[in-house]
Design a protein. Structure first.
Length: 127
């Protein structure tokens, strides 16, 4: 398995990490009504839940970008670098979301999004 494929697996786990942080950050978690509990969070646990939601939103285009870049035989080093940068950006995105650092959060979100675009374009760079 390539480094980029491992990054896909790790990116798939990020939402679970963020929601775990959200659930442990407030009292009263009820596994019978987890969505109601999450919807009523406040402050940093609420932001951790929002990081979870955003991580789920970012995952499909990232995974598709990695797979497509592999299919079109893009340079493996480029794929791996973009995937690694994406993963680091997404980790920082969640950290900055929880810390309520909106400008930094938006900056690393943009970096991650540029990596996704790069993955889709990587196959044409070697032509």
């Amino acid at each position: 398995m390539t480094f980029a494929y491992w990054c896909v697996l790790l990116a798939a786990l990020l939402p679970i990490i963020w929601v775990g942080i959200a659930k442990t950050g407030a009292d009263g978690y009820d596994n019978h009504k987890p969505r109601i509990f999450l919807a009523n969070l406040k402050d940093w646990p609420q932001r951790a839940n929002w990081a979870q939601i955003n991580a789920y939103e970012a995952f499909p285009p990232f995974a598709a970008g990695v797979i497509i870049a592999h299919i079109v035989s893009a340079d493996q080093l480029i794929i791996d670098m973009l995937a690694g940068i994406f993963l680091v950006a997404r980790i920082l995105h969640g950290v900055f979301y929880i810390q309520d650092k909106a400008t930094l959060r938006s900056a690393v979100w943009s970096l991650g999004f540029m990596c996704i675009i790069g993955l889709f374009l990587a196959g044409s760079w070697g032509m």
